[in-house]
Ligand binder design. Structure first.
Ligand code: DAV
Length: 325
């Protein structure tokens, strides 16, 4: 499924963006999102929502145009919060160029309250950034990705945080320059505070790390069973938890992701996980790993490209910055 997104860069969103997205699909996903919000609020979480924007209009930049924008279902994809910093990331898809704008009124509010607000260099996203000859790696071949190294690009969801350590997966939305930009920015802004780890996974369609490699609690690393072939030595002594086969029925089309959205959970704290109702294998596994599972239906939302981790972005958490290694 992901392959067609690269080939149809300009046209894929015509029928799946803005107000042309089928209303019934939006309604079913919205109902699930409302349930997630009520679960979070019931747990004492303050939930804020993005502004409404019209995504159906064409975009035009000096070097390209796109028929419309993608939408704004997954704040975790575009904005990276590291401590007191709110970082707008240089997203690799043209249809996502202005995605953070729906959050600007919220960001400005946080900025007024003292958050650091920064945006990575605006990428040009010229045709040269995307390899025209891209073909996904076959079994046993070295992973390869769509992007060239013309300029830094990465999506916030290519990064997963674990206290002072940030793991960043090379992917078709994150190039080497993107990882290097983040490393240099954090080193300059917060000398000696964060460590950025470059990761490569065995995933021919790699895009975003949060359905692949996810430290979910101290000593617990959740991994995709096939994509992660090497566990960094720093995780010695951790439980490596292989996510079971997803149960999502084939009737859910999953336009922007693989079926492994069962991995894309949200940790409320070190022991409570929000997982997808119906993902019985995964729920059973989480319980056997000593976690308390809060179930929420989310398969319709998954069609919009993510699950609980993608659909949320934690701005404030209690606790202090720690090193888990
Ligand atoms: O299927 O692993 C996940 C995208 C989540 N932001 C995948 C892509």
């Amino acid at each position: 499924m992901l392959g067609c997104m690269y080939e149809g860069y300009f046209d894929f969103y015509k029928t799946r963006g803005g107000d042309e997205w089928p209303a019934a699909e939006i309604k079913r996903a919205q109902k699930e999102l409302d349930e997630l919000i009520s679960i979070l609020e019931g747990e004492g979480v303050t939930v804020r929502r993005p502004d409404f924007r019209d995504y159906s209009k064409p975009l035009r930049a000096p070097h390209w145009q796109a028929s419309n924008e993608l939408g704004v279902a997954n704040p975790r994809d575009s904005i990276l919060v590291v401590g007191n910093d709110i970082i707008e990331t240089p997203m690799a898809w043209r249809s996502r160029y202005f995605e953070t704008f729906a959050f600007r009124s919220l960001i400005k509010e946080y900025y007024e309250q003292g958050a650091n607000w920064i945006s990575a260099p605006k990428p040009e996203l010229t045709d040269g950034l995307y390899r025209p000859d891209f073909a996904a790696a076959g079994p046993g071949e070295e992973p390869r990705f769509v992007l060239n190294e013309l300029e830094p690009v990465f999506d916030a969801a290519d990064v997963i945080k674990c206290g002072r350590d940030l793991f960043v997966g090379l992917s078709s939305t994150c190039n080497e320059m993107g990882i290097e930009w983040l490393r240099r920015y954090l080193d300059a802004a917060h000398p000696g505070t964060y460590r950025v780890h470059r990761m490569v996974f065995n995933d021919p369609h790699a895009m975003h790390i949060d359905a692949t490699f996810y430290p979910i609690a101290p000593g617990k690393l959740l991994v995709h069973p096939d994509r992660v072939t090497h566990i960094p030595s720093m995780f010695k002594g951790w439980d490596v938890l292989k996510v079971p086969e997803p149960c999502i029925p084939d009737s859910f089309p999953l336009y922007f992701s693989s079926r492994w959205m069962n991995t894309n959970v949200l940790m409320l704290d070190e022991s409570r996980v929000i997982a997808t109702a119906g993902e019985v294998n995964t729920i059973r596994a989480f319980k056997s790993w000593g976690l308390e599972v809060i179930e929420c239906p989310f398969w319709n939302f998954n069609n919009f490209g993510g699950s609980f981790h993608c659909a949320t972005l934690d701005i404030r958490r209690s606790g202090t910055l720690q090193s888990y290694f």
